[in-house]
Design a protein around this ligand. Structure first.
Ligand code: WQD
Length: 338
């Protein structure tokens, strides 16, 4: 009998790739998703990769009855909690929506877990908890800074809530850096609904002719080429880190009830370096111009991955060029379907 893992937001960008990796690692993924930021087409992509459609309910994690019935019927060994809103800019415009959904959702999951004596959780956190770090790379002991957006605040508060429940809930808290790319078969990828906020979907849509031009938000920063630096991580590497975290929980290997890991590559790349990598890998130009800075942008942040490599036994395997190749192949696939 395969061990079942409940994946909230399992039809989303990172969730759907993680569902595939869970299956490949011998687990049975179960999905709850309210389709607020995902499409059922992701289920077709999952099926094309693993040969079946996992158990799925179209529900909100704030619906405690639906969540409780799902856990009662399937008795998962752990939950990976992806279901949350994640657009930094949108969170500034709609803070209450973000606090209600992201914190309300987490509290709902925890309350139902407690009812069912389920105590294993993998939590999606973010490098945004570091704010603008004083030094880079950042390690897990780097102090967090006041959040620069309600989105970042929900991740910081989520970590506090989980820390405060460490007496009964074992948490693997994964701080993502910048997830990008797509499954190498292009069966799964990022489905930005509307105008993309993030660099890579905007870049690929520009090259595909959907957007007129990519604007680089500022080129006068204190960095070698003046543009901001980020730790871009392939979504497949990120998904594989979640499997490692689940295995650590189920094998009862964690050293503390609440464990934090930076899930990044340890390499920082500037916006201009990303554009060059895309053009070199895909042999196609990215129409772009320099524009004004975007308020709230961090100048540079990338991960110190010592802890995640030594303790979780995970290291990113895919480089920037591979991320650019897979991101473009996914955009070409999307173009075929329109
Ligand atoms: C990256 C760089 C922009 C768009 C993301 C997620 C957040 C969190 C952290 C997980 C910045 C520049 C962007 C454009 C540009 N992830 N840019 N032109 O802001 O680092 O945040 O990663 O929790 O959820 O949003 O990512 O892709 O928006 O920006 O020049 O059209 O690209 O200024 O330097 P960010 P991003």
């Amino acid at each position: 009998m395969k061990k079942k893992i409940l994946v909230t937001g399992g039809l989303g960008f990172i969730g759907s790739h993680t569902v595939v990796c869970l299956h490949e690692a011998g687990f049975e993924p179960i999905i709850i998703d309210n389709l607020s930021n995902s499409l059922m087409s992701a289920m077709d992509g999952i099926q094309s990769l693993i040969g079946y459609k996992p158990t799925f309910i179209n529900a909100d994690v704030n619906d405690k009855i639906a969540l409780s019935n799902l856990i009662e019927s399937h008795k998962p060994e752990a939950i990976i909690h992806f279901a949350a809103f994640k657009a930094v800019g949108e969170s500034v415009e709609k803070p209450l929506m973000y606090y209600h959904n992201n914190l309300g959702g987490l509290i709902s999951v925890l309350e139902v877990m407690q009812q069912h004596n389920l105590s294993n959780l993998v939590f999606s956190s973010s490098c945004t908890v570091y704010g603008e770090p004083d030094t880079v790379p950042v390690s897990e002991s780097t102090s967090t800074k006041p959040a620069q957006s309600p989105y970042g605040a929900t991740k910081q508060m989520g970590e506090i809530i989980l820390n405060d429940n460490a007496s009964w809930c074992n948490t693997q808290c994964l701080r993502y850096f910048n997830p990008i790319g797509a499954h190498p078969t292009a069966a799964l990828g990022e489905l930005p609904l509307g105008v993309p906020n993030n660099l890579i979907p905007f870049l690929t849509q520009t090259v595909a002719g959907i957007r007129k031009e990519l604007t680089i938000f500022g080129s006068d920063y204190e960095t070698p080429d003046g543009t901001c630096i980020r730790d871009y991580i392939h979504v497949m590497d990120l998904a594989e880190a979640h499997v490692k975290a689940v295995e650590r929980l189920l094998n009862k290997q964690q050293l503390e009830s609440f464990e934090v890991f930076n899930i990044g590559t340890g390499n920082g790349f500037s916006v201009l370096e990303v554009i060059r990598s895309f053009e070199e890998e895909n042999k196609i130009a990215v129409p772009h111009k320099i524009g004004p800075r975007r308020p709230g942008d961090v100048v540079k942040v990338w991960a110190d991955t010592t802890k995640v490599e030594n303790v979780l036994g995970w290291k990113a395997k895919r480089g920037l060029n591979e991320m650019m190749r897979d991101a473009w192949n996914w955009q070409l696939k999307l173009n075929q379907n329109t």
